[in-house]
Design a binder for this molecule. Structure first.
Ligand SMILES: [Zn+2]
Length: 236
């Protein structure tokens, strides 16, 4: 079973993912994307839609606009804060983040967390919430112990294939029973690997990432895959 625990997809790429049986948590980042994703994936057993207002959109939409879509998904995300890639004022990001965490807690749904550059503050906020947490593409060498204390899951991104120091450090320290892999979508694969490839490199990229995890952790690939699959199914 091939699992991608966090991706952004175009509807035209659904056929590739289903034909290749890639189990994916596909993430919509605003109300329009959520409507489109949920409608188009209703019949596809490989795609588990997740949705939320992404930090990038947190000054353009009200969280209340997401309510019809939150009802239809098993996982809320990605949500969080970012002061590296995102230019939206932090006050708006924080408001949307807290509102969506409260909804997830009330409805007992796991969350996917975006924390770029805000790892310390995001950990401080998350410790007040008890739902399962998936930390997406964690890219800091610091504060990991705060997240381990909360028993978070982590998605390892394609940066592992380009030697990203923070990703490799995380893989070394993370127990197999909390480890997932993600592509974050074809654009992120291309960004991480310096390529201009099409969706059809997704499967090989995921397989290579699992191999790399196996070699970094010095554990058999079968054991790595077995854990990734089990962890993924916790949320599916
Ligand atoms: Zn993402």
């Amino acid at each position: 079973m091939i699992c991608d625990a966090h991706t952004h997809i175009k509807i035209k790429d659904l056929k590739y993912l289903c034909d290749n049986e890639i189990y994916s948590m596909a993430c919509a980042m605003n109300p329009e994307e959520s409507k489109e994703l949920i409608e188009n994936t209703a019949e596809c057993k490989y795609i588990n839609p997740t949705c939320a207002i992404h930090p990038n959109y947190s000054d353009r939409y009200e969280v209340s606009e997401m309510m019809p879509y939150f009802d239809k998904v098993k996982v809320i995300g990605e949500i969080g804060m970012d002061d590296v890639w995102c230019t939206v004022p932090l006050v708006d990001q924080r408001t949307a983040f807290l509102k969506q965490l409260n909804i997830a807690e009330e409805t007992n749904k796991p969350v996917i967390i975006h924390s770029k550059g805000m790892e310390r503050l995001v950990a401080d906020i998350l410790k007040n919430y008890s739902m399962p947490k998936i930390i997406h593409w964690y890219s800091s060498l610091n504060y990991l112990e705060l997240y381990f204390k909360m028993d978070c899951y982590f998605t390892i991104g394609p940066g592992i294939l380009s030697g990203d120091e923070s990703v490799i450090n995380l893989v070394k320290r993370l127990p197999l029973n909390r480890l997932l892999v993600e592509t974050d979508g074809i654009e992120a694969i291309n960004w991480a690997l310096g390529k201009e490839a099409d969706i059809d490199i997704t499967k090989d990229t995921l397989l290579m990432m699992c191999q790399k995890i196996s070699s970094i952790k010095n554990e058999p690939i079968e054991l790595v895959n077995e854990n990734i699959e089990k962890n993924f199914l916790t949320f599916f």
